[in-house]
Design a protein around this ligand. Sequence first.
Ligand code: FRU
Length: 501
Amino acid sequence: MKQTERAKALSYTLALANEYVKEHAPLLDRSKRPSYHLTPEIGWMNDPNGFCRFQGQYHLFWQYNPFSPKWNTMYWGHAVSHDLVKWSYLPIALAPDKPYDWGYGCFSGTAYEENGMLHLMYTCVDEDAVQQQALAVSEDGIHFTKYERNPVLPVSKVPEIFPVKEFRDPFLFRQGDRYYALIGTKTDACGNIALYRSINMKRWKYVGKLFEGDEGGLNRGAYECPALLRLADKDVLLYSAQFLPTDGERFVNIHSAVYAVGSLDIATGKFTTESIGEVDGGFDFYAPQTVVSEDGRHILIAWMQMWDRDYVTAPEGYVGKMTLPRECSLVNGKLRQVPIREIEAYRQNKCEAADFMLEDGEQKIEDFAGTKTEISFTLKIGTAGRAGIKLFQGVGCELSVYYDRVRSCVTLDRGNCGAVIQGAFPETDFRTRSVAILPDGDELRFRIFLDRTGVEVFLNGGDAVMSANANPEDGAESVSFFAEDGNAQIKDAVKYDIIVK
Ligand code: FRU
């Protein structure tokens, strides 16, 4: 063994990583952490991985670098929950402890249960940055053994049209007596999702291109983290598209989480697309995965963060969090997402405000103050040009969410909420994101979740969602409603504290 290989074999172990977390995580100041959004104990978290139900619990894994709040060689972090709200950390599940993982480590992947065994299929990235697919199995859902003949989908099985350094994030599923894997990739021209078939998960055969982008050569990146689910008799394909060109208010972030509605013919391996939408219209949402709950709900979770941004929590020793899990459905061909109902068990201190009119001005509601809360209300759009709510208010600090009549959209503005969070080119608007939305008559329904370092805004019962991290100053916790250039009415306003211990 070469010197460097020996060094990697000795240092990239599960034992060392788990010891590091055990020793260093308790030293962090957690006072500014969110309360009901999952964050890593210490270090860097990105994509959710292997989201599944196994032996009566939900398991969530994620892309993890325990050693620093920066992306680096990847491990798989791991937590379990009974209700998808309160999580318990488990030991790290996968370490880059094999030669085929010794480059950038264990990239994203998915879980599949069969005969009481939990199978993880993930991308292993070797020292030449080549991305192949590997398998690990577990009987207890905690300790995983990598298959001795990994990689199960080696580079020799990848057609030349796909670059071997852009071929990752297997989505493993079964239909009939065959297993299938979707792999995120690209060609010279556009993002792609490749389809593979297997009889045993251990030997894979290329079927073809399942889905390819039609950005007319404008897309420079790969499609990452594919996932497939079935809603309202349609196949819904989720993927995370790098550098997707902006389209009006859609796809404004550097990378975008997309859903395609259509039908998959598994025999030919072709996905016929009927429509495409952006999963979340805010700033911070990527790489969603879904799980089916015991009672049949499709629950979606995503990384509530974006690549190439200022990571303002890094000085606290961690970066990254997961969104609130959401129940999804398909209504008139569009994805609808509502907060998981289990969150309601954690509501405390209910406060209601009597309906009131706003006349070109601002009204603070003292009882609504807080940074770990749920606030819902109906906005009856009167004559106002803009009307909505201000959150995380302090001296010179606020995050606003409002309806803009001229642009017929809801806008989230985090540009005055602490130090502005900047992103890399081609992003230019670091302050606002908007979603086009039609009021229901002249009313818009808002349901907003605040959790110290960010907000998730659900509009009109989940027709659109906006997730955004924020950087409020300590103590910035007042809440006001406002109208500009006219009047508006606020109805049925309710606030709860959300406390998860
Ligand atoms: C998406 C992604 C995946 C990859 C992982 C690496 O955010 O780039 O494609 O597997 O992150 O951490």
